[in-house]
Design a protein around this ligand. Sequence first.
Ligand code: ARG
Length: 588
Amino acid sequence: MKKFLDLLSEEVGKAFEKAGYGAELGKVTVSNRPDLCEYQCNGSLAGAKAYHKAPVAIANEVVEILKENPAFSKAEAVPPGFLNLNVSGEFIADYVNEMAADAKFGLDMPKEPKHYMIDYGGPNVAKPLHVGHLRSAVIGESVKRIIRYMGHDCIGDIHLGDWGLQMGLVIAELKVRKPELVYFDDSFNGEYPAEAPFTVSDLEEIYPFASAKSKEDAAFKEEAMLCTFKLQNGVKGYRALWNKICEVSVADLKKNYNKLNVEFDLWKGESDVHDVIPGMVDYMKKEGYAYLSDGALVVDVKEDTDTKEIPPCMILKSDGASLYNTTDLATLMVRTKDYNPDEIIYLTDKRQDLYFEQVFRAARKTKIVKEDTTLVHIGFGTVNGKDGKPFKTRDGGVMRLEYLIRDINDTMYEKIRTGRDMNEEEAREVAEIVALSAIKYGDLSNQASKDYIFDIDRFTSFEGDTGPYLLYTVVRIKSILAKYMAEGGIATGLKLNADPNESEKALMMKITGFNTMMETALNELAPHKVCAYLYDLANAFNSFYHETKILTEEDETRKKGYIALLMLTKNIAEGCMECLGFSAPERM
Ligand code: ARG
């Protein structure tokens, strides 16, 4: 569907043309002085020079023509040559009716969907999720949903850290604690036990313990490296034990991502490309892309236009070991071969900005991705505490994601329990739904690259720019609609009022901006645009709600017009929420 502003621009453009000027001067924007008018056009100012005429004279001529146009209820020329415009109720109601009749509210679906892949989450096996994992999961999930909402394909891959020294550390420590395990018996030929010899809590204790130990105990570090080597070279018992570590850890990860309403299509990891690496390295050497530098194998990635130093991308260390880069490049090769994506998006902390620049350049230079594959890194900022420093527990430790979610659930539960006639079970359920919006909106409403302060009190507030406020708004609409239906109201075939009151019209105006906003959110991969829109929409709705008697309206046609507007507002708000990865409860 055509954009509303484009339609208005067309009308004003025609008027310019009729008055003898170029139609391109008719570009209309939302007014930056809403107290004076709804829309504006500054084309007369732009055209003054070319036509050697005072801008206000041009504006006056255009206004005379626009006065006859039923799309506008007001057209005014104001010095030095602005065009101040209001649209007619009929024109806007027609447009919004058309949006309401469309399954996607007037969004243009692509003729040929693009194939995206998104690499997000990126947790490491055997380590619990902590607050640092929140943003990758929440922003990645939202970007994926925006892409899909806009009619494209998107495959989400978690890209587990399941292969490096961290695995060797866990194995080495298990060997110290339980040397009798069959996994360590080289002569064992039977089937390995189905049950893992540890729980997820064991693993969570073992990893930091082993990691700390390796920093003080050189012999242990040696042993951990040997275990990593044995694992990576396919020693049977080590592989079997590693499988168990992954199994236990992944089950726990799934549980935690589930709580965040985050879902991956692929649970691939760094280990999956292990066998691809030797072939890739050979290829890079053979084609002359990679060369030895101080014993290490590297690919140069600097470019003439660089303003800062971009170091070469290291493919193999001097001891022949592969690196984080190597797995990422090999993963790109596999993704290209298996899925042939048009665009791959990565989400990590912005401290990996330079790293991804190197990897992307190396991938292009070595042609392991197609020339026209777009590679994007979304580097996000830090989650800070109220003191402006990275978020920590009260005693200064790393905050586990699980506990963070629990805390916010508890705060929400307290709020919901007080002053509502809800039993404990329902209150718990509702609290979880609302708390999820609090966490996600608190994160997503910030531009990804910026740091933000995780403020539980603010995020869980029912007022202001928060998730709970938005949910509350949708719940309010749902309850009005339910009442309307209970009173025998009809919900089909309704049309908007062509003579809307002021706040009703302002809400319609907000609605007309939906398709432009969604396109921007997709092009810029920017969930915060959806957040800002949703917040404005909720505010526009609430003003309308406070100024209008909806269900007690006596004029039936008018009332139906209100209901039509409510239904569309709710549907669009829910569409936005779907893109953000949370939803509203039935009541709260
Ligand atoms: N596991 C990595 C980390 O903890 C993040 C992985 C991000 N994805 C990637 N393809 N490099 O930093």
